[in-house]
Ligand binder design. Structure first.
Ligand SMILES: Nc1ncnc2c1ncn2[C@@H]1O[C@H](COP(=O)(O)OP(=O)(O)OP(=O)(O)O)[C@@H](O)[C@H]1O
Length: 432
């Protein structure tokens, strides 16, 4: 099976890196040269029965798949997205990881300079892995150019061009002008995504991982196509009404017809956004993976996020619970308390109507900072990503032991001892 897939995809996917570079140089600046002679082809896939679960399962199959990784701020979205991308590339998938988070941290995670809004090859994995940190400024500028009329000033100019300049001010409460002059949040990312979809070589990537911004921003991005659809629809309806009134008046006065190009550009934007929406909602190709940590606050936010994603018809099948304390034969007091707390949160997940149906993947809290491809590979390795198969209240956390209790836990223990010491001192002060 693996050989069959390998040969079927080989002919379709083999493409030189220079071709990819050429295409994306029109999207942004030319990409940096790649020292190794990569060829874009799917190398091999393990059969599903060989996999343990979690990331392994997501790497299975040669079809093109999109994974959007999102959740509350700071829970480990970038680390998960980057290690998933490394996993895919090491499984033979030509992979792309895109950051739509305005506060990018892909560069920090890969420990490579990926800034500037260019498609940049990541050094290290076995198959091509490219990263793109979307540059909001650049796309915002492009939107301004797109929405402006022959270099003019947006909505006011549209109205002026139709002889209704004065009306533009009175329409302020409709906020239509703002749409043209100040792009709504998420539009820059949506435009960059649509550009990626339009590029010829995007089909060459069999896995695309989106590292998304914290919950609120991501939800705005996901609901943006509908919002724009409605807003642009309103603008176009209004324009058509005004245009027919104007043309009647102008033909009576023997004047020229108004210019038409702004609605055409908006129509194009609307079509582009429709494509982005299709991508977000196609459950055959796209999956949103929620990342959380075992705390009550993060679990509550994940539950709300899942409810909102359902409303947006975005497919969610997996929940990564990151930073779970690894199994240990002898917990310190701090760890014992922390573990109890985490158990409680895991129980909340199991009993949450939004989250209980999801496939859970637990990722251990590791004792080193996850930076660079080797560390990301380590995190994404199947020995460390074990799906939860049991109810957490049985008292056992199914996490592969990552090693001995380290300086990190020792440090936590020290903190605990100091806190207790201060607490004891305070109590004895109060008694005397
Ligand atoms: N499983 C883990 N074990 C130990 N440290 C982790 C783990 N996952 C993430 N971290 C660390 O937590 C910090 C935040 O991680 P990361 O940047 O991936 O989070 P994020 O959700 O993308 O943050 P933001 O919301 O700011 O974009 C980083 O220093 C990262 O190394």
């Amino acid at each position: 099976m693996a050989t069959l897939l390998f040969h079927t995809r080989k002919s379709q996917l083999k493409v030189s890196v220079s071709r990819i570079a050429r295409t994306f140089s029109s999207l942004s600046h030319p990409i940096k040269p790649i020292p190794r002679a990569y060829s874009f082809q799917v190398r091999s896939f393990s059969a599903l029965s060989e996999t343990v679960g979690g990331f392994e399962e997501m790497a299975h199959g040669a079809n093109q798949k999109y994974y959007m990784i999102g959740g509350k701020g700071g829970v480990g979205k970038t680390s998960c997205a980057a290690s998933l991308a490394v996993k895919f590339a090491n499984h033979g998938h030509p992979t792309m990881v895109v950051s739509t988070d305005p506060a990018h941290s892909l560069s920090d995670s890969f420990d490579q300079d990926l800034t500037g809004g260019n498609l940049i090859p990541v050094q290290g994995p076995d198959s091509p892995l490219y990263a793109l940190e979307i540059n909001p400024e650049r796309t915002r500028e492009e939107f301004r150019i797109r929405s402006n009329l022959d270099g003019g000033g947006g909505f006011k100019d549209v109205m002026d061009s139709m002889g209704f300049g004065m009306l533009a001010d009175q329409l302020g409460d409709l906020k239509l002008g703002e749409l043209l002059d100040t792009p709504p949040p998420g539009l820059d990312e949506a435009i960059a995504i649509s550009k990626f979809l339009e590029s010829k070589e995007y089909n060459m990537f069999t896995r695309v991982v989106f590292d998304t911004a914290p919950t609120g921003h991501t939800l705005r991005l996901l609901s943006l196509p509908d919002f724009l659809d409605a807003s642009i629809g309103k603008i176009m309806k209004l324009k058509n009404k005004l245009a027919s009134a104007t043309s009647a008046i102008k033909s009576m006065l023997g004047k020229e017809e108004p210019r038409q190009n702004v609605p055409d550009k908006l129509e194009q934007l609307k079509e582009k956004m429709a494509k982005v929406r299709e991508l977000f909602r196609d459950s055959n190709t796209t999956e949103f993976v929620i990342v959380t940590i075992p705390t009550v606050m993060a679990v509550s936010e994940s539950s709300r996020l899942h409810a909102s994603l359902k409303k947006e018809n975005v497919s969610v099948r997996r929940l990564i619970v990151n930073q779970v304390l690894p199994e240990s034969a002898s917990d310190c007091k701090f760890c014992t308390m922390k573990r109890k707390d985490q158990m409680h949160s895991l129980e909340l997940i199991q009993n949450d109507p939004q989250l209980s149906g999801l496939k859970l993947i637990k990722a251990p809290l590791v004792d080193v900072e996850i930076r660079g491809v080797p560390a990301l590979k380590f995190l994404g390795d199947m020995r460390h990503w074990v799906p939860i198969v049991d109810h957490p209240s049985n008292g056992k956390l199914f996490i592969a032991n990552t090693g001995a209790c380290t300086w990190f836990y020792d440090a936590l223990q020290d903190v605990y001892v100091v806190v207790r010491w201060i607490y004891t001192l305070r109590n004895s002060d109060a008694e005397t």
